[in-house]
Design a protein around this ligand. Structure first.
Ligand SMILES: [Zn+2]
Length: 169
């Protein structure tokens, strides 16, 4: 690493530790040429995944968009911040670990909706209405179907189950 003081590439790492968030390694270096000390940070390079949109155009995957979409859907809902953070992290990881250089935006949307439906009905509907671009009441009714049918199944299951049985999930 070139020294920022004397531009010589002759240094020794004197300390190496993980950054607060675990995403960076901080290295303290000692320039053997001018005797000054400086710090470098090492990070994992952003993975270059492209998102294929409905119109077949592509854009670079931006984790921020997932974060914003999920946070907006969960806004002011009674969901623990840690739960929202977990869903965001799971979806971002899911995209990054899909193993392809391209992923369909629909696939990402489905990953988010699968998790939101488990978390909160209103958050799910909010996300679905933006993501699926509900145009009228029919779209909305269609959008709530997964929740209605799930609630029906759960009601039936509750009727059949003994009270001692623990809740699934
Ligand atoms: Zn130096």
């Amino acid at each position: 690493m070139k020294c920022p003081y004397c531009q010589t590439d002759n240094d020794k790492v004197i300390d190496s530790r993980s950054g607060e968030d675990g995403y960076a390694t901080r290295r303290r270096r000692h320039c053997l040429s001018c005797d000054k000390r400086f710090t470098t940070y090492e990070r994992v390079a952003e993975l270059d995944i492209r998102v294929v949109k409905k119109d077949d155009s592509r854009e670079i995957f931006q984790p921020e968009k997932i974060r914003n979409g999920i946070e907006r859907a969960c806004w002011k809902r009674p969901i623990a911040t840690s739960e929202v953070a977990r869903v965001i992290a799971e979806v971002i990881e899911g995209v990054q670990q899909c193993g392809n250089s391209e992923i369909e935006s629909q696939e990402i949307g489905a990953m988010i909706m699968d998790r939101l439906i488990e978390l909160d009905d209103v958050a799910y509907i909010r996300f679905a209405s933006v993501y699926r671009q509900f145009k009228d009441i029919n779209d909305f009714v269609q959008g709530v179907q997964p929740i209605l049918s799930r609630n029906k199944i759960e009601l039936q299951r509750a009727k059949n189950e003994t009270p001692t049985q623990s809740k699934p999930r």
